[in-house]
Design a protein around this ligand. Sequence first.
Ligand code: CTP
Ligand code: MG
Length: 240
Amino acid sequence: MSKFFALIPAAGSGLRMENNLPKQYLPLAGRPMIYHVLRTLCRSPGIASVLVVLAPGDSEWLKHDWSEFFGKLVVLDCGGTTRAMSILNGLKAAPDELSISDDDWVLVHDAARPCLSEAQLDKLMNELTDDAVGGLLAVPLADTLKRSGASNRVEHTESRKGLWQAQTPQMFRYKLLVDALSRPGSMRMTDDASAVEALGLHPKLVLSDARNLKITYPQDLILAELILRAQQKGEYGECG
Ligand code: CTP
Ligand code: MG
């Protein structure tokens, strides 16, 4: 039986957030942002270990108490200059004690998506556990799409048929992920599925929803805070 591991790339500096503190540590619903996904992933009974990849010389991690994740959490300080590089370095640095085998699943989840719910995580794992390729959480595009020409004038309206927004976690088998990310060109790709697609494979899109948003700009924090507070109060049911 294949095991499941999670890997969180958390070596970015959050330039678009325009804050001196890397965004994964910004306060959110009473905790550093990364706490929320650590909690969700570490509490999942199906996940054997959660690897966090920090930037070398990260001076923020040790300022916080992570003891509640003891036993599940593996901290690696081998982040690279791009997201893909941080992930590849983390995969290669996974300690031998974890005994990760080539066919084990790795769920890569961005520290910048703190609102991932237990239901979304379980759905991804359940839908892909017997899949030949793997896949990712994603959401069909909801907005009308405009193609711009000169001076931000609309050239034409694009069809949104068949278009999805990629989220994380993205779930692939360990060896496939290492092979895909090791290819020249993969280092600048902004998600893992792109690297797998470049091998000629077709990752599966698993329906998620907009609550699993990515925090990129300061205004995203407001929405994430609302979603997390609502989750904490159990104000609404999880997505199916
Ligand atoms: N990441 C990483 N190593 C990098 C760059 C990014 O581990 N060299 C991680 C980030 O910490 C984040 C995830 O990849 O959890 C998604 O990246 P993004 O949202 O782009 O975060 P940043 O790169 O930190 O932000 P920005 O692009 O605005 O600088
Ligand atoms: Mg980035």
